[in-house]
Structures are given as C-alpha cells and as structure tokens.
Design a protein around this ligand. Structure first.
Ligand code: COA
Length: 330
C-alpha cells in the first residue's frame, strides 16, 4: 500500500516581534496575565512590503522544505495550503505560491478549515499520493492573523500571531510515512470562533499592518473546554487505529493555541511534557501554521529520527479537529 512520507520541512516567521509588554500599551492586559493564562511571551507580526504577506511567507517556508527534500518546484504535482487569511478572497494563496515557485505542473488550492487547515491539507495530499493521483506534494499552513485581529479585544489580540510552515511529501512503499489521518468537523459550534464584517482599528505601534475588512470573534472559555476533549479523543483514536500506545510516541506535536490546553491534552494522553513540542511562547497561535512550524523546528533540532512516531493533533474554527500519526522518514 502506497502512502506519503515527509521528506522536507521548512518554516518562517516575520521579523517584527510584538511582546506582551508592548500589548500592555494597546489593551488592558499584563505580561503576567498572558503568560499565566496562555504561556505566550511574544508573537511575530507581518509588515507590509517585507515579503511577509501570507503567500510570501508560504513561499519562503516552501523553498526551505524543497531544499531539504532536494526536490525541484517543477517536480511538485500538488500545492495544498491551509489558511484563513489568504492574500485575497480569490485567487487562492496557493496559486500565488505556485507562481512564485514556478511550480508549473502543480494543481494548487487553499483549504479553509480554521486552525486545522494544515492537517486537512496533509490528509488530502496523503490520499492523492496513496491513490496515485499525484507523486510529489507541498502541504503548507500559512497565516497573517494580525490583519484580522480585533486589536481592541484583549481576550483575542493577545493570542494571535503570523507565520508559515510547509512539508514536502513523496510516495513511500516502506513502513515509514503518514500512517493515518483522522478528521472531524461540527458546524453546530461555528459561533464559538468566526469572522465578522468589521475592519478593526490598527493601533499606532502596528501601523505596518493593513487590516482586512473582517475581524475575528471568539468564545475562549467554551472553546477551551471543547478543544481539550476533542483533541484528546481524536488523538486516542489515532493511536488505537495504528495499534500504538502513548509510550510509542516520540513527540506529540499539538496545535499551539494555549499552553494550558496542550498540558491538559498531554495529561489525558499520559504523554509527559518532555515529549510534547511547545513553541507557543515565541509565536502565539498562528492557526494553520502552528503544526508545520513546530514540526520544522522539532525536525531541525533533531528531536525526530527516522522511525520515530510523531502524533500531530489540531483543533480550530468550524469546529474542525484532527490527528495524524507519522512514522518519521527524514
Ligand atoms: N488580560 C487580562 N485579563 C483578561 C484578558 C487579557 N488579555 N483576556 C481576558 N481577560 C479577563 C476576562 O475579561 C475575565 O475577566 P472577568 O472574570 O472579570 O470577567 C477573566 O480574564 C477570565 O476570562 P476567561 O475568558 O474566563 O479566561 P480563560 O482562563 O478562559 O482564558 C483564553 C482566556 C482566551 C486565554 C482561553 O479561554 C483560551 O485560550 N481559550 C481557547 C482559545 C482557543 O483555543 N482558540 C482557538 C482555537 S484554534
């Protein structure tokens, strides 16, 4: 049975660091509250004209992943990009990436699945490779959440950041690769996290951002409780589906929305925090980009070796959630 394996990872984040201290000047919050309630110390914010638009960050991350994979853009058949903040409503941000990479053979499209966009994309590309529809695929998660953040809402603006990550997939006939992907959605809870028509006022210290004509609303507390249950349940089914136990997992790579959510999920799965990848303190929640950025950093730090099992878990607007078990192959 053919499946896909990850042969390259790449990521990028904007240069501009926005610290909790700086946020104290924008909304009624404190560095202490943000760290205690979320684990976030700082986040990265894209600037206009600096190669930090969603598709530009996606292109940078993709080039790094392609370089590691030693695959040329012309050999890519599919570009799937998870994003809720494409450069434009249409065409897709993936098409801008295709143009920038000169990946002329690729079919390119975006996936809208909230913060789960990357895992949804990974599942689509994995299935396309398994069925022989495509050979080499680029799966990206990229966001410019700062452009849809309501900078007057302290309960959301402290959480979000910008960035991009990408992986290159090729066919595997061996034991390594993407062993399974598990996706779920529940539209009944759409109103816990959604966009609404209102361009937010960008604070003076962030005047390098151009806001989009919509903003983001979130019921944090309800989402918090729902996400812990959904993440833990889908991760447990992914393990069971592959006949694995929590002890087999070398690294849990969760969506980075809140350190307390990550700890609660790890505790439910009985995976000690030493085997959980956390970088939320540096980037906050970058939606679709959190998992591919974390995966790239973990890979480059040498935390995953060939044959190790990684468990990816995600949760986001929709509601959407998902998990994937990967036998590492780089
Ligand atoms: N600084 C200071 N106080 C803040 C604050 C901030 N940035 N944001 C909220 N508060 C206040 C609230 O106003 C509230 O005050 P009150 O008790 O006087 O009404 C108090 O802190 C507690 O608010 P609450 O919303 O219950 O806090 P919480 O512990 O749930 O933490 C989140 C808030 C948003 C950090 C947390 O709910 C969360 O991370 N939720 C999940 C987010 C998520 O997963 N989102 C995306 C899915 S991809």
């Amino acid at each position: 049975m053919i499946k896909a394996r990850i042969v390259g990872t790449g990521s990028t984040t904007p240069k501009r660091i926005l610290t909790n201290k700086e946020l104290e000047a924008i909304v009624d919050t404190s560095d202490e509250w943000i760290i205690r309630r979320t684990g976030i110390k700082e986040r990265r914010i894209s600037s206009n004209g600096q190669g930090e638009d969603t598709s530009e960050m996606a292109t940078t991350a993709s080039l790094k992943a392609l370089e590691m994979a030693r695959i040329l853009p012309e050999a890519i058949d599919m570009i799937v990009m998870g994003t809720v903040t494409p450069d434009r409503q249409f065409p897709s941000a993936a098409c801008f990436v295709q143009k920038a990479l000169k990946a002329s053979k690729a079919v390119a499209f975006d996936v809208s699945a909230g913060c789960s966009g990357f895992l949804y994309g990974l599942s689509i590309a994995n299935n396309a490779i398994a069925t022989g529809t495509c050979k080499n695929a680029l799966v990206i998660g990229a966001e410019r959440l700062s452009s849809v953040t309501n900078w007057e809402d302290r309960s959301t603006c402290v959480l979000l950041g910008d960035g991009a990550g990408a992986v290159v997939l090729t066919p595997s006939i061996g034991a390594d690769g993407i062993l399974s992907t598990h996706l779920q959605s529940d539209g009944n809870f759409w109103n816990l996290l959604y966009s609404y028509d209102e361009r937010s006022k960008i604070p003076e210290i962030l005047d390098t951002i151009e806001g989009k004509p919509f903003s983001l609303s979130m019921e944090g507390n309800k989402l918090f409780k729902k996400s812990v249950v959904c993440l833990a349940d889908i991760a447990a089914s992914a393990l069971e589906n592959n006949g694995l136990s929590c002890n087999d997992i070398k690294l849990l790579v969760p969506h980075q929305a809140n350190l307390r959510i990550i700890k609660a999920v790890a505790e439910r799965l009985k995976i000690p925090m030493e085997r959980v990848y956390v970088n939320i303190e540096k980037y906050g929640n970058t939606s679709s980009a959190t998992i591919p950025i974390a995966l790239d950093e973990a890979n480059r730090e040498g935390l995953l070796k060939q044959g190790d099992y990684a468990l990816l878990v995600t949760f986001g607007a929709g509601l959407t959630w998902g998990a994937s078990v990967v036998k590492w192959s780089i």
